[in-house]
Design a protein around this ligand. Structure first.
Ligand code: FES
Ligand code: FES
Length: 181
């Protein structure tokens, strides 16, 4: 259980160890600090982006125990003992993750600000699909990796540049390639 400390000025802090991209990061922070701020400002992992900071854009998406999570809506102190993966942790010793390579190949970005969140979300989304999870557009029918499914399942990730055609191509191509994610 995380222990809290209170100083004479009334500041409450906790020392926690987060496991991020396979490495332990011991951080001293206030319990109200979001996972997003802990990643960016305390652990120095600035690949995860802050867009709306209120759960509406998906720029801050990371993977927690393999599931996509909006890090701006999560408190860092809740994540001790969990495996957190950010965009920095997807490449394998210099080899791009299949989705990173596909986003480059298919022009899945322009400014790139939404891209880390798009890629982390797509990794989680393809895993969910492979596990047979339905979406709102599946509607009881057989699971088919259609563009409608991609759009619905990625609807929490916005791209102000409108690179959606390339994003969709990259995700579809990666799924169809059967690449391990
Ligand atoms: S920054 Fe988290 S959803 Fe927009
Ligand atoms: S590439 Fe610019 S916001 Fe998506």
């Amino acid at each position: 259980m995380t222990e809290l400390e209170l100083d004479v000025a009334g500041h409450c802090t906790a020392q926690i160890t987060l496991r991020i991209n396979g490495e332990n990061h011991t951080l001293e922070l206030e319990p109200r600090v979001s996972l997003l701020d802990a990643l960016r400002e305390r652990a120095g992992l600035t690949g995860t982006k802050k867009g709306c900071n209120q759960g509406a854009c998906g720029a801050c998406t990371v993977l927690v125990n393999g599931r996509r999570t909006l890090s701006c809506l999560a408190l860092a102190v809740q994540f001790e003992g969990k495996e957190i993966t950010t965009i920095e942790g997807l490449a394998d010793e210099g080899t791009l993750h299949p989705l990173q390579a596909a986003f480059i190949e298919d022009d899945g970005f322009q400014c790139g600000y939404c891209t880390p969140g798009q890629i982390c979300s797509a990794v989680g989304m393809i895993r969910e699909f492979r596990e047979g999870m339905p979406s709102a557009v599946t509607n009881g029918g057989p699971l088919e990796f259609s563009d409608e499914e991609i759009k619905e399942r990625m609807s929490g990730n916005l791209c102000r540049c409108g690179a959606y055609v390339g994003i969709c191509d990259a995700i579809r191509g990666t799924f169809q390639s059967g690449a391990a994610l």
